[in-house]
Design a protein around this ligand. Structure first.
Ligand SMILES: Cc1cc2nc3c(=O)[nH]c(=O)nc-3n(C[C@H](O)[C@H](O)[C@H](O)COP(=O)(O)OP(=O)(O)OC[C@H]3O[C@@H](n4cnc5c(N)ncnc54)[C@H](O)[C@@H]3O)c2cc1C
Ligand SMILES: *[C@@H]1O[C@H](CO)[C@@H](O)[C@H](O)[C@H]1NC(C)=O
Ligand SMILES: *[C@@H]1O[C@H](CO)[C@@H](O)[C@H](O)[C@H]1NC(C)=O
Ligand SMILES: *[C@@H]1O[C@H](CO)[C@@H](O)[C@H](O)[C@H]1NC(C)=O
Ligand SMILES: *[C@@H]1O[C@H](CO)[C@@H](O)[C@H](O)[C@H]1NC(C)=O
Length: 650
């Protein structure tokens, strides 16, 4: 309740600030006066009164949602559960819900953050959530002189969710699976059971597809899963133009979660009824009265307890309200703390690079390459086009209560507030073989219906330095759109290491973006296609102009040369938040593997990892849906091994 009150005040505060500074000084073009594409002025004072009364109503609905949260249980000192799950994020919520389907199994789910509220679920505003010190872990990468050069201290911000639902509460709701070849490759690396034909059933099991024309595609889609997926109900006229631009460039509209990925599409999104559907809402709300599942919030696991001699997992030690509480797991401990939290916990528990652990005074239980193989999807954040008409998303406009945008959201869950973080559409392309329409793409072009340059919040969240922010600020009154070319299959690998034998000290994060020069090449090829999209008739109809201010630090290169773009991507290097791979899955005997294909920590009894960290190679996708898939598969593997599978089917 407190959380939502402060979110509410936050929103109203921002709205009032912007209603006063809102200014549409430049002359309006003839065709569009606003985001609705109407040719009339829809801004008036009555909307203000309606907005404020509807926000109060929203607060009441928030209370309804809060009542769906699983109540908090503080475990007793030494309490015993069958399964102890660490982290209630995308994976943890899913695993907890599936394992507790077996009535006689007692499950404890431990989460560092507190509950989710409805204000976190307004699709347009995930940016605001990143500001919070409570629900964002606020990691930062180690300063580098090779990437993140345009950021304060040459260090990129790495947000991560710390709340029921984890990063599925902070994310942009983009639902992508990746291609069959992504998972066939996992199998080729020795991970039996992970080929596409083996895991497709989990992609179907987790979802209820609410896109009417896809519901009948029973080969690829599910209609009974907990997680609802749909197209946002509203898109800007610019997003429509982007899809037309794709057609001009000879790309079809595709269901990128179906047979072939390459092509253009609106974003399939984890949204229900115009609001975010997190793992918490999808998997845990419906079972909030299940009494064999306990959830403890505001609880930080500081260590997994392992018997040194037998290498058997005993349980975990958590800290809640300053008290240290050991909890035992009679069957298994499952780490779902994410690709930063899980390797951190393994290392603190004595599983990791032996030399590194010894240096920190940690007793080594098993030497393992924990923290290696760090991958992420890096994108270039410097491509904004300005347009003539006021059709792009601007925070100042959508929060201006004289417009009907807020009212439409609060009363009908419609309008621009239902767009997930202003991301609207994408194109999957293959820059090396532009004519190919099957197989894996190498670049995603993510379309954003608003300008990064001129946005009041985004440059701060990205951590851009003052010099760049000042240049971008001159677009504050301009409408625009942006595109992020995102490198789907990076060759570069980074690493996570501990900085202290202490759960409260954030680990050192070295993403190593663009370490492999082929990554640079592919990214620049992606930028070139993005620029072509901007030149299409469809985008030109809005007078789209690529902003081409020389990027500070890149003055010595000729604009548009290869060297210029290389400098550009090393300067405005943006994470798409897909940290993964740090507890790599591989066959036993593979020296790079931390967990085996059953996700068991190799050579340790009763301990598994199931989250984004087990990915041996990052899929060509935003990885939230792949993480759900991993969690669904893990739950089935556990049920099968403990002899519960038949029961849960019955
Ligand atoms: C800002 C942002 C935007 C994103 N956008 C998208 C998108 O649009 N589409 C997409 O597909 N993916 C997106 N992602 C990525 C995706 O959401 C994540 O990859 C996914 O949620 C990871 O799931 P996970 O279960 O591995 O970890 P998480 O969901 O992060 O869960 C880990 C949980 O463990 C808890 N935890 C960690 N350490 C401890 C501890 N020691 N004790 C107790 N609890 C602990 C954390 O608080 C957290 O709740 C985004 C991510 C972010 C951060
Ligand atoms: C104010 O605008 C809304 C929609 O934006 C419209 O429905 C309403 O009729 C307008 N009211 C007045 C008094 O103009
Ligand atoms: C739209 O109407 C409002 C109130 O009626 C007025 O303040 C505003 O200046 C108008 N906007 C434009 C762009 O004409
Ligand atoms: C969808 O949201 C509307 C508006 O708040 C609400 O009245 C309705 O009950 C919701 N529907 C579902 C299925 O949650
Ligand atoms: C940058 O854009 C402006 C306006 O679109 C154009 O006049 C100028 O030539 C461009 N500069 C470069 C270096 O391309």
């Amino acid at each position: 309740m407190l959380g939502s009150m402060s979110s509410l005040l936050h929103l109203i505060g921002i709205a009032t600030v912007f209603v006063t500074i809102q200014s549409d000084k430049h002359s309006l073009p003839k065709r569009y006066y606003n985001l609705y594409g109407d040719d009339v002025n829809i801004s008036n004072l009555t909307n203000i009164f309606r907005t404020s009364s509807e926000i109060l109503n929203f607060l009441k609905q928030d209370q309804y949602y809060l009542n769906q949260e699983i109540p908090d249980t503080t475990p007793e000192f030494g309490a015993v559960y069958d399964f102890v799950i660490v982290g209630a994020g995308t994976a943890g919520a899913t695993v907890a819900a599936r394992l507790s389907e077996i009535p006689q199994v007692k499950v404890l789910l431990i989460e560092a953050g507190y509950n989710e509220n409805l204000f976190m679920d307004i699709p347009l505003f995930p940016h605001f959530l990143q500001i919070s010190n409570d629900i964002n872990w606020k990691y930062r990468t180690k300063p580098s002189n090779r990437y993140c050069l345009g950021m304060d201290d040459n260090s990129c911000n790495w947000p991560k969710g710390r709340v029921m639902g984890g990063s599925s509460v902070l994310n942009y709701m983009i639902a992508t699976r990746g291609g069959a070849e992504d998972y066939d490759r996992w199998a080729e690396m020795g991970n039996e059971g992970w080929a596409y034909k083996d895991i497709l059933k989990y992609f179907k099991k987790l979802e209820t597809i609410d896109i009417p024309e896809l519901r009948s595609d029973t080969i690829y889609h599910g209609t009974k899963g907990p997680l609802h997926i749909t197209y946002p109900l509203f898109h800007t006229p610019l997003a429509e133009a982007f899809l037309k631009a794709g057609k001009e460039l000879k790309y079809s509209l595709v269901d990128y979660n179906g047979k072939d990925m390459i092509g253009f599409s609106y974003l399939q999104s984890t949204i229900i009824n115009g609001t975010r559907m997190s793992s918490n809402r999808a998997y845990l709300y419906p079972i909030h009265d299940r009494n064999n599942l306990h959830v403890t919030r505001k609880s930080i696991v500081r260590k997994v307890l392992i018997d040194r001699r037998t290498k058997r997992t005993i349980g975990v030690e958590l800290i809640k309200y300053g008290r240290i509480i050991p909890v035992r797991a009679s069957k298994e401990v499952i780490l779902c703390a994410g690709s930063i939290g899980s390797p951190q916990l393994l290392m603190l528990s004595g599983i990791g690079p032996a030399k590194h652990l010894s240096e920190l005074g940690i007793d080594v239980i098993r030497n393992a390459p924990v923290g290696e193989n760090l991958m992420d999807h890096v994108a270039f954040g410097g491509l904004t086009w300005t347009v003539d008409a006021p059709v792009g998303i601007k925070i100042q406009t959508v929060l201006n209560p004289t417009y009907p945008y807020m009212v439409d959201f609060f009363t009908r869950r419609s309008g621009p507030l239902t767009i997930p973080g202003a991301s609207e559409a994408l194109g999957f392309i293959n820059t090396k073989h532009p004519e190919k329409r099957s197989g894996l793409p190498d670049i995603e072009l993510l379309f954003i219906g608003g300008g990064f340059k001129g946005d009041i919040l985004l440059p701060i969240l990205m951590g851009l330095n003052n010099r760049i922010r000042q240049i971008w600020n001159k677009y504050i009154d301009k409408y625009g759109w942006s595109m992020m070319p995102m490198l789907l299959k990076p060759k570069s690998r980074g690493r996570i290491r501990l900085l202290a034998n202490d759960i409260n000290v954030k680990p050192e994060i070295v993403p190593n973006y663009f370490d492999d020069l082929e990554d640079v090449e592919t990214m620049i090829a992606g930028i070139k296609v993005a620029i072509k999209v901007g030149q299409t008739k469809a985008m030109q109809a809005f007078g789209s102009q690529l902003t081409n201010d020389t990027i500070p630090g890149c003055e010595n290169y000729n604009y548009d040369s290869y060297a210029y773009w290389e400098c550009a991507i090393r300067t405005i290097s943006c994470t798409i938040y897909h940290y993964s791979g740090t507890c790599k899955m591989g066959p036993r005997g593979d020296p790079t593997a931390v967990v085996d294909p059953k996700l068991k920590v190799i050579d340790i009894q009763g301990l598994r990892v199931a989250d984004a960290s087990i990915m041996p190679e990052i899929p060509s996708a935003h990885i939230n849906i792949p993480v759900y898939m991993i969690a669904e598969k893990l739950a089935d593997m556990i049920k099968e091994e403990w002899g519960y599978l038949e029961e849960s089917l019955a």
